[in-house]
Each structure stands twice: as structure tokens, then as C-alpha cells.
Design a protein around this ligand. Structure first.
Ligand code: NAD
Length: 260
């Protein structure tokens, strides 16, 4: 794990990723770099990790400080070690339905939906959010021609007209918009399955830290009318880390197979 700077949310993610990695018996090495680190220094570290046979997975924690070009940095990672699935080769493979490293959050969403439904074939899935790390890869995963996927997918974003008309048709609704409680009960179909990806801090003076975490969905009201819904915290977040471990294991297996 490479962490540049001291973004507080990134610190939390890196800490829990490191903890869970060790818990399952994997070696986890953290490289903490100052926020003044130059692009050349960061690229040199990635090059070293790419060439280190004892390292099977590399994760550069995003966001990077403004002076570093994220696209350039991600493209420097060996795609076979790209456990975040953000390298353009992996993005292209996923987009064309080929085997690839798959971004952890969308993969976690798919796993939960697959566990629940078995197959999503023919279902209407609506994804709210079109980011490269959640919305777009998830749309690909849900629609790809795989026995467990094959959903009909609609992707919504800030310019979508009649959002609630679209969401209320969804058998599967995934909210990845970063809007606290943006999805209310009237926007959701009776009996739908809802996956809440959002992690938002809202002020809460009753809490020691002064805030609490909420998702994008009004959990209490929506949970009354749906078949299943993921909580925040405790739903997609832990699944994301679990999928990171799965990707690390996949990367290690691939390397070992290539070495045989
Ligand atoms: P982002 O800001 O890059 O993208 C948000 C997307 O939502 C955009 O495409 C935007 O068009 C859309 N959107 C925003 N407001 C909208 C609205 N009112 N109506 C329709 N569309 C709207 O965010 P991201 O990186 O994709 O993350 C989304 C949320 O998921 C954030 O809350 C983030 O913290 C959370 N997240 C959680 C995990 C996890 O492990 N659980 C991982 C990644 C992101």
C-alpha cells in the first residue's frame, strides 16, 4: 500500500486494509510518503514494487495530492499487480467482458447481489453514479454476459432527468452518488434489492468525533419496503476490503502460475 500525504479518510482506509490483510495471513507493507513527494519519486517506488517478486499486489491510495497525476501514476503499476483494477488495461478488459482485475467496490456489490439472487439475468438494475471507480465498472459487471450477470442496466448521474421515475422501476438499485440520504422511500420499488455504496459524514454533535457516517439511502424508510438493503456503515465498505484481499490472492496465484 502506498499512501502519499495524510488525508484523514485515506489514513482510516489504509489502516483497516492493512489490519484485514494481516488477519488473513498476507504480508502487508505500507509505504507512507510525504505530501511533497515528487512524481518521479513516486514512479520510482512503483517501479521497485513492480520488480519485487515478493510483492503480488500494489495499491496506491487515492486521492493523490493535486501535484501528482493520478492517471499517470496508476498506469505505471504492473497491470498484473493492480489489485484496485484501475489500470487502463484492466478497465479495457472489464469493458470488453474479458478476465481482469476488477475494482473492489463494484466487485463487492456484485458478490452480494449474486449471493442474494443467484443470477441477475433479465433484471432491471439502476446504478446511480458514473465514476470510474464505482458506477462505470459496476454497470459493466452487471451487464456482462456471465451466468450470474446479464442484467439490463441503466446508469444515472447528475444530468439524468426524472431520476425517481427511473429508480422506481429498478429490481436492483445501487446508489453511488455521495449524497447523504439522497434516495428516499418514494424513489424505490416495493420488493427491490438496494445496495448503498455511499459513505457520507454528517454533523452529529452527540458523537465524540462530531459526525456520523450515513449512506446515500434513507435506510430506515427504504428498508420498510424493500426485500434487502445494505447498511452504512457495515455493508459495501467491509465487502470492498474483502474484495481487495480476493484480488491480492488472484494476483499472487497468477504470478505463481506464470513462474511454474
Ligand atoms: P464521485 O463523486 O466520483 O461520483 C458520484 C457520481 O454520482 C457522479 O457520477 C454524479 O454524476 C452522481 N451523482 C451525484 N449526485 C447525484 C444526484 N443527485 N443524482 C444523480 N446522480 C448524482 O463518487 P464515487 O467515488 O463514485 O463515490 C460515490 C460514493 O460512494 C461516495 O459517497 C463515496 O464515499 C462512496 N464510496 C464508498 C466505497 C466503499 O467502500 N463503500 C468506495 C468508493 C466510494
Amino acid at each position: 500500500v502506498v499512501l502519499v500525504g495524510a488525508d484523514p479518510a485515506s489514513e482510516v482506509y489504509v489502516k483497516s486494509k492493512g489490519k484485514m490483510t494481516k488477519e488473513v495471513g498476507m504480508k502487508s507493507v505500507e509505504h507512507r510518503l510525504a505530501d511533497t513527494t515528487s512524481e518521479a519519486e513516486l514512479l520510482a517506488l512503483i517501479d521497485t514494487l513492480n520488480n519485487d517478486n515478493s510483492i503480488h499486489g500494489i495499491l496506491v491510495q487515492l486521492p493523490l495530492p493535486d501535484h501528482l497525476n493520478e492517471d499517470l501514476v496508476i498506469s505505471a503499476i504492473d497491470p498484473a499487480k493492480d489489485v484496485d483494477g484501475f489500470h487502463i488495461s484492466n478497465v479495457g478488459l472489464l469493458g470488453t467482458g474479458q478476465k481482469s482485475m476488477v475494482p473492489c467496490t463494484p466487485l463487492g456489490c456484485l458478490m452480494m447481489l449474486r449471493d442474494h439472487h443467484g443470477t441477475l439475468s433479465g433484471m432491471d438494475a439502476v446504478v446511480i453514479g458514473r465514476s470510474n471507480i464505482v458506477g462505470k465498472p459496476l454497470a459493466n459487471l452487471l451487464m456482462n454476459r456471465r451466468p450470474w450477470s446479464n442484467a439490463t442496466v441503466t446508469v444515472c448521474h447528475t444530468r439524468t432527468k426524472n431520476l425517481s421515475e427511473i429508480t422506481s422501476q429498478a429490481d436492483i438499485l445501487v446508489a453511488a452518488m455521495g449524497q447523504p440520504l439522497g434516495i428516499t422511500a418514494d424513489m424505490v420499488k416495493e420488493g427491490a434489492v438496494v445496495v448503498d455504496v455511499g459513505i457520507n459524514r454528517v454533523v452529529d454533535t452527540d458523537r465524540k468525533q462530531g459526525y456520523r457516517l450515513v449512506g446515500d439511502v434513507d435506510f430506515e424508510a427504504v428498508s420498510e419496503k424493500v426485500e434487502a438493503i445494505t447498511p452504512v456503515p457495515g455493508g459495501v465498505g467491509p465487502m470492498t476490503i474483502a474484495m481487495l484481499l480476493v484480488n491480492a490472492l488472484t494476483a499472487a496465484r497468477l504470478t505463481m502460475e506464470n513462474e511454474e
